[in-house]
Design a protein around this ligand. Structure first.
Ligand code: COA
Ligand code: ZN
Length: 304
């Protein structure tokens, strides 16, 4: 395993990708979850999204959540936006790390943001310009990168072309989102390989959902390819309102549990993340899918 990275960077997306898919959660509980997460050693948290409040009522309080966070100096907080309007709201709120989302599949993009992929890309080009003018960075998230619940497979060439347009328009980094858990290790290899050949120097984040149980296998494959930046959500919170059957992201504590035992640093205190996952369960009032939350870390023994 000597050729695996020695350190990776995780972005905790539970407060946004997770909570947008749950029943109503009080603003104060969201703030407490984010503050709890920022004490686990995680360095990046996707805190909110600035979307139409009637499209995603769970994120209608984004401004208040953003204002209410007790900012930890070591943590970078980011916000997801679907369009220029959302980016302006984020910039006005003081966000300096923006993620703009576009689906590689036209049908999913229309369901999600009521635009074609090309129309979203045009809007994102303007959005990147505005973010940069106002001193913020912009990552472009290409979702349905490994398949679309409506269209099925999305060709690798199309995904790379969509990402390439964002690169040409000045995106600071690219993220590939497996919105409905359709990625498998072979597909991870193809897409990451094709993207790396075309854009060897571009920063790349991967965002997996565990819908079909391949989440950690996909991460391991990506680690072997040298990818060092992943999204995950505490407890495995998450889904996508416009993606039928989508379940949570890979669980942060499961990812940390696996890679730490392989000697890969994340900066995260595993026990603290498991405690945060237990909190997340209390907040949403249902059992979350994380198995490490149920079983505890492999080093936790029981009396014989
Ligand atoms: N935040 C708040 N309001 C917004 C907005 C945003 N980001 N973008 C548009 N609006 C408002 C406009 O101001 C306009 O309001 P007005 O009529 O009072 O002037 C109204 O919404 C219609 O604007 P339009 O540009 O036509 O938006 P739309 O109705 O086509 O909706 C999105 C497009 C992208 C805003 C909407 O589909 C959305 O918020 N989707 C979010 C999807 C999501 O979060 N998915 C999960 C994450 S991937
Ligand atoms: Zn997601």
């Amino acid at each position: 395993m000597s050729d695996l990275p020695s350190r990776i960077s995780l972005r905790e997306v539970g407060p946004r990708d997770g909570l947008q898919n749950e029943g109503p959660v009080p603003t104060q509980a969201k703030i407490e979850l984010i503050d709890r997460l920022s004490a686990t050693g995680v360095r990046r948290i996707e805190a909110v999204s600035f979307v139409r409040p009637d499209a995603i009522p769970q994120m209608a309080d984004a401004d208040d959540v953003w204002k209410g966070i007790d900012r930890a100096p070591a943590v970078r907080y980011s916000a997801l936006v679907p369009n220029l309007r959302g980016a302006r709201r984020a910039l006005d709120a003081g966000v300096t790390e923006i993620e703009a989302v576009v689906s590689a599949s036209d049908t999913h993009n229309r369901k999600n943001v009521r635009r074609s992929t090309e129309e979203s890309l045009d809007d994102i080009a303007a959005l990147i310009g505005e973010a940069h003018l106002r001193g913020a960075t912009c990552q472009v998230i290409v979702s349905t990168a490994w398949g679309c619940p409506y269209e099925g497979d999305v060709p690798v060439e199309r995904v790379v072309r969509v990402a390439g347009r964002a690169v040409a328009d000045g995106a600071d980094s690219i993220s590939f989102g497996d919105t409905t858990g359709m990625a498998t290790p072979g597909r991870v290899r193809s897409l990451v390989g094709a993207f790396r050949s075309a854009y060897p120097d571009m920063a790349l984040n991967l965002h997996f959902h565990n819908t079909r149980g391949t989440g950690l296998a996909n991460v391991l494959t990506a680690l072997e390819l040298g990818v060092t930046d992943f999204d995950a959500s505490v407890g495995g919170l998450g889904g996508c309102p416009y993606a039928p059957g989508a379940t949570g992201n890979i669980a942060t504590e499961e990812l940390v549990h696996m890679v730490q035992d392989m000697g890969i640093e994340t900066g995260i205190d595993l026990d603290a993340m498991i405690d945060a996952a237990a909190d997340a369960e209390r907040i949403v009032g249902r059992q979350l899918p994380s198995q490490v939350l149920r079983a505890g870390p492999r080093t936790r023994t029981i009396p014989p």
